[in-house]
Design a protein around this ligand. Structure first.
Ligand code: FAD
Ligand code: NAP
Length: 261
């Protein structure tokens, strides 16, 4: 108990002690009509330490005060590059800035922060659920998941469900499908909430919100660990659904992309 309390406080101190550093934009590209992927580096191009699933907080200089906006890291750790994916928000201060940022320009950021990470554990199955850019923490985790699937935990099953409005909004689907091809225990599903019938619908594509796929998954409160990331309404609705099914709260991990007020 004492050890647990000590490690909790040392974790809090570590989180608070994250430095503010200047990040330079190396490249950016549009990966969906309203989502831009951006890759940053430090000036000396040194490695940027983070754990897959964490986020960074950007400092945006406003006319009267500095605003803070958080973004999940989208790439795997052990790299000198830090990628994020930003969804454009009409009139949004940070997303407008990020959409207009040019190569070589820089901004200040703190981090990494967050506990939405993989733990040392051996569940029968992980079910990773996201809407929109909420899928990026799972992209960041792919290398770690690959290591588990190929060495430490080959019987692990993984389901990744990404909810977007339509096919044009899909993010990193080619990478997730390629990963699924390499690892039969990994399944990827895209759920389209506003797509009319698709003549060429692929096996990984479903119509409806993310939770419409639940009846096909035989969700098991005793075996599955669920991760939820992205739209806060999606997270609250699914958290309620899952706890009603008998899931223990500790087996449902959440990262809500709430707006700053
Ligand atoms: C831990 C964490 C991780 C996050 N990770 C990501 C990420 O990886 N990618 C990402 O794109 N975002 C992420 N977000 C959200 C992000 O931090 C910003 O909130 C988002 O980019 C909007 O910031 P902005 O400055 O552009 O908009 P703001 O200037 O904050 O908002 C502009 C105005 O529009 C309103 N508004 C904005 N969007 C909507 C909406 N969808 N519906 C209704 N009203 C709206 C706001 O209330 C405000 O009045 C994350 C948030 C958190 C807390
Ligand atoms: N209140 C907030 O803080 C808030 C709210 C929304 C978005 N955001 C953030 O705003 C940015 C832009 O977001 P975005 O518009 O690109 O995409 P998004 O809001 O992250 O995702 C859109 C998808 O989420 C689905 N969705 C919404 N509510 C849901 C629910 N209760 N259950 C299941 N699915 C649900 C939508 O389905 P439908 O088409 O059926 O609605 C749509 O498919 C992101 O950073 C996002 O996280 C914040």
């Amino acid at each position: 108990m004492i050890l647990e309390t000590l490690s909790f406080f040392s974790m809090i101190i570590k989180l608070m002690a994250q430095p503010t550093r200047r990040f330079y934009l190396k490249w950016s590209k549009l990966i969906a009509p309203k989502v831009r992927q951006l890759a940053f580096q430090l000036e000396d191009k040194s490695n940027i330490a983070f754990t897959a699933g964490q986020f960074v907080t950007l400092n945006i200089e406003g006319p009267t005060k500095t605003l803070h906006r958080s973004y999940s890291v989208a790439n795997a750790p052990h790299s000198n590059t830090l990628e994020i994916a930003c969804a454009f928000v009409e009139g949004g201060v940070a997303s407008t800035l990020l959409f207009n940022m040019q190569e070589g320009e820089s901004l200040l950021a703190n981090g990494p922060f967050g506990l939405f990470v993989l733990k040392e554990e051996h569940p029968a199955r992980y079910v990773f659920i996201a809407t929109g850019t909420g899928v990026t923490p799972y992209r960041s985790m792919l290398n770690d998941l690959q290591a588990r699937l190929t060495t430490s935990h080959p019987e692990l099953e993984i389901i990744l469900i990404l909810g977007v409005r339509n096919r044009t909004e899909l993010l990193f689907a080619e990478e997730f499908n390629a990963f699924a091809k390499m690892h039969p225990n990994f399944k990827f599903y895209a759920c389209y909430s506003q797509e009319p019938l698709l003549a060429d619908q692929q096996p990984f594509e479903r119509l409806g919100r993310v939770q419409s796929i639940f009846p096909d998954l035989n969700l098991d409160p005793n075996q599955d660990i669920i991760y939820l990331c992205g739209n806060p309404h999606m997270i609250d609705e699914n958290f309620a659904l899952l706890t009603n099914m008998g899931f223990d709260k500790k087996n449902i991990r959440r990262e809500k992309y709430v707006f700053s007020h």
